[in-house]
Design a protein around this ligand. Structure first.
Ligand code: KG4
Ligand code: ZN
Length: 337
């Protein structure tokens, strides 16, 4: 069974062909980073137009890479939310059009659930439950308890900024460029994480996150230090604060639920400082920790195809009625027209 995955929820146009939910035959990404860089963030209308230009060429290239034709496809899975509406509609229209023309099943996929599925795809393993999931990206910091396919209890989410958003905003303020996460990681390598004491927001207080106070604290350091500012030390201190905050909440959730498996995914899970902190936590608590390799942490369509494969047989509303939705809660039925 070949599943075609389509992802266009933000600024990456991605197409993947995945065999039986495990074997990635092709996974291609056309990134718009250069287009959005001069704005310091993603401009939704521009992103939608760029998806429209890229999506069919990327599809053709993916089929070529995999050595497959349209006739080999078995089903089509596409991210329908959450994300930017214009960009989502490009992927959704392409997916529905192809599925209609080829008379194939169409499977609407939740973007954050797909991020979690990436961890199991990477291990070539059927998703296993229960697990505590942490999704950290440019738009989300969400902690969930997963008990079955599309069965999630949300433990906490961010009240304001997402961690990737925090890193992107700080990097822009410091003139380091976009996206912020990778450049802050690079700048902070070898820096002293203890030089600038930064807050660990809401530490020990439930599962909710808040990153806007941390952002303000960093801006105050920049203002107060002026020419004395040691950039690598600030970047190292910031990453340590993000690591401690995320690891602290994840550890509390694991201890309180008694669950011994954790999945961490999303673009910020590519961060080396965070990954080292998570490894330390997993070792100390004897937790089975699944984090996708970096290419499967940031947005990609292989995770969408995998999630589509694992949820294709679940009952729910008629998939043809699926609509793009900016805000779709994990585990809820997909939004309909
Ligand atoms: O999951 P993703 O590709 O897109 C969203 O769904 O948001 O995540 C993008 C976010 C950006 O904010 C980017 O700065 C961050 O992930 N990111 C990183 C790293 N690579 C990407 N953050 C920290 N360290 C990284 N190495
Ligand atoms: Zn994402």
């Amino acid at each position: 069974m070949i599943t075609l995955g389509i992802e266009s929820s933000c600024d990456d146009t991605s197409i993947a062909l995945v065999e039986d939910g495990w074997r990635v035959r092709a996974s291609l990404i056309s990134s718009q980073i250069e287009v959005h860089r001069r704005f310091g963030g993603v401009v939704p209308e521009v992103a939608a137009r760029k998806h429209y230009e890229a999506i069919l060429p990327v599809l053709r290239e993916a089929l070529g890479t995999a050595g497959l034709g349209l006739g080999d496809l078995g089903q089509i899975a596409c991210t329908v939310g959450p994300g930017l509406l214009g960009p989502l509609l490009v992927g959704l229209s392409t997916a529905k059009g192809l599925a209609l023309a080829l008379e194939l099943p169409f499977i609407p996929v939740h973007h954050l659930e797909a991020h979690l599925a990436a961890a199991f795809l990477a291990r070539e393993q059927e998703p296993a439950y229960p697990y505590v999931g942490l999704i950290v990206s440019g738009g989300h910091a969400t902690l969930v308890l997963a008990t079955g396919p599309r069965q999630f209890t949300t433990l906490g989410r961010t009240a304001d900024d997402a961690p990737g958003e925090l890193l992107d905003k700080i990097a822009r303020h410091l003139g380091l460029g976009y996206p912020g996460g990778p450049v802050i990681q690079k700048t902070g390598a070898g820096g002293d994480p203890a030089r600038y004491p930064l807050p660990r927001p809401l530490a020990g207080r439930g599962y909710g996150f808040s990153f806007s106070g941390l952002k303000t604290a960093v801006l105050h350091v920049v203002r107060d230090e002026g020419d004395r500012l040691v950039l690598p030390d600030l970047c190292a201190s910031l990453q340590a604060a993000v690591r401690d905050t995320l690891c602290g909440k994840l550890e509390a959730a694991l201890v309180e639920t008694g669950v011994r498996r954790a999945v961490v995914a999303g673009g910020v899970a590519a961060n080396a400082v965070l990954r080292a902190g998570l490894d330390e936590l997993a070792g100390r608590r004897a937790i089975d920790l699944l984090i996708p390799p970096i290419a499967l942490c940031t947005d990609n369509a292989a995770m969408v195809a995998a999630q589509g494969f694992h949820t294709a047989s679940l009952s729910g509303p008629d998939p043809w009625r699926a609509n793009a939705c900016a805000d779709w809660a994990m585990g809820d039925p997909f939004p309909v027209l």
